[in-house]
Design a protein around this ligand. Structure first.
Ligand SMILES: [Ca+2]
Ligand SMILES: [Ca+2]
Length: 304
C-alpha cells in the first residue's frame, strides 16, 4: 500500500473513532440520571450495556452518512465496513463493527407470499450441496416457511411436528432469527453453525445478493454455471476492486444475464455488533439494521 493511501486510511479510522466517541459521550450524558438510580451492584454491567447499545446509534449514523456519499453502491472498501480498533473510555473500552447482510443467502427468500420460490429453492439446494449438507434440509425448511400444510417429498409439516414427544406446530411463516432453525426437521446446532457464515434471515423475502460481499459459496449457488474456482478468483479480485454495477460483474464472468435478476451491488441490511466493558461489567449487542434512503433503523436486537 502506498504512503498516501495509508495516510488516507488512518484519517478515515480517526474519523470513525471520533464519531463513535461523540455518539457515546452524548448517550452517556443522556443516561446519567439512569446510572445514578441504578443499583450499585449492577452498575458496571448496566453502564456496559448502555455503551454497547450506543454502538447501534453510531452505526445508524455511519450508514446514513454512507448512503449520502455512495448512493446505490456498497462494498468492503467503504468507511462503514472498516474494522475499528477498541476505543478506550474512562473505566473501560468499546468495540463496534458493521457487517453487510446481503452478501449472504437470505433464507426467507425461499418462500414468497406463502409460496415456494422455485429459483431460490434451487439456489439453496446448490448451497447445501457445496457445503456438503443433506438436500432434505431444503424441503423441510420450505415446508416450515410456506403457508400450506401439504408435505413436500422429504419435507415436514404439522403432522410430523405434532407427533413429536413434545409437540408443536409448523410455523408456516418467515423465520425471524436463524436460531429458529433448531425447530425445523433435520436442523441441529452443528448444521446451523455450518450454514451461518453463508446465510442471513432478513424480514423480507425478495432481497438481492450483493456480489461485492458474497462468499464464493454463495456466488456459485446463485449463479449456475460458475465454478468454485472462478468464484474464488472473482471474490479475491473484489476485495481489491469491488464492482460498481451488476453489469460489470456479469461481463467479467462471461456468463449470460440469466440468473442475474436477483443480484445487486448495494445493501440495505446490516448487522451491528458492539462490545463494551466498564469496570467489572461487560456487555455485547447484535442488532440488525435496515437502511432506507438516508435513514437506518433497527429491525431486531439481542443484548447480553
Ligand atoms: Ca455505500
Ligand atoms: Ca407449510
Amino acid at each position: 500500500m502506498n504512503r498516501r493511501k495509508q495516510t488516507g486510511m488512518a484519517l478515515v479510522m480517526v474519523l470513525l473513532i471520533v464519531a463513535m466517541a461523540t455518539t457515546i459521550a452524548a448517550f452517556v450524558a443522556q443516561q446519567q440520571g439512569f446510572w445514578q438510580r441504578a443499583m450499585e451492584n449492577g452498575r458496571d454491567r448496566a453502564q456496559a450495556r448502555r455503551i454497547a447499545e450506543a454502538g447501534i446509534d453510531w452505526a445508524r449514523a455511519v450508514l446514513a452518512d454512507d448512503a449520502s456519499v455512495s448512493r446505490g453502491l456498497d462494498h468492503g472498501k467503504e468507511m462503514w465496513a472498516m474494522r475499528l480498533p477498541a476505543v478506550q473510555l474512562e473505566g473501560g473500552e468499546v468495540r463496534g463493527a458493521i457487517h453487510d447482510q446481503q452478501g449472504l443467502f437470505n433464507l426467507n427468500n425461499l418462500v414468497r407470499n406463502g409460496v415456494a420460490s422455485t429459483l431460490d429453492v434451487a439456489h439453496f439446494q446448490r448451497l447445501l450441496d457445496t457445503l456438503g449438507l443433506p438436500q432434505d434440509l431444503g424441503s423441510t425448511l420450505v415446508d416450515w416457511l410456506d403457508a400450506n400444510s401439504d408435505t413436500l417429498a422429504n419435507g415436514a409439516e404439522d403432522d410430523f411436528y405434532m407427533s413429536r414427544e413434545r409437540p408443536y406446530r409448523c410455523a408456516n411463516r418467515m423465520l425471524s432469527d436463524i436460531g429458529e432453525l433448531v425447530w425445523v426437521k433435520g436442523y441441529d446446532a452443528s448444521i446451523i453453525k455450518r450454514l451461518e457464515p453463508y446465510v442471513s434471515v432478513l424480514p423480507e423475502s425478495n432481497t438481492p445478493v450483493n456480489v461485492n460481499f458474497a462468499p464464493p459459496e454463495v456466488l456459485i449457488s446463485v449463479l449456475p454455471g460458475l465454478s468454485l474456482q472462478d468464484a474464488r478468483r472473482i471474490h479475491q479480485q473484489i476485495s481489491a476492486t469491488p464492482f460498481n454495477s451488476v453489469n460489470d460483474f456479469m461481463q467479467q464472468l462471461h456468463i449470460n444475464r440469466t440468473g442475474s435478476e436477483n443480484l445487486s451491488v448495494s445493501s440495505k441490511y446490516f448487522m451491528v455488533t458492539g462490545y463494551a466493558t466498564q469496570g467489572e461489567g461487560e456487555s455485547s449487542v447484535h442488532a440488525l439494521l435496515k437502511r432506507d434512503g438516508n435513514w437506518a433503523e433497527q429491525v431486531r436486537k439481542s443484548l447480553q
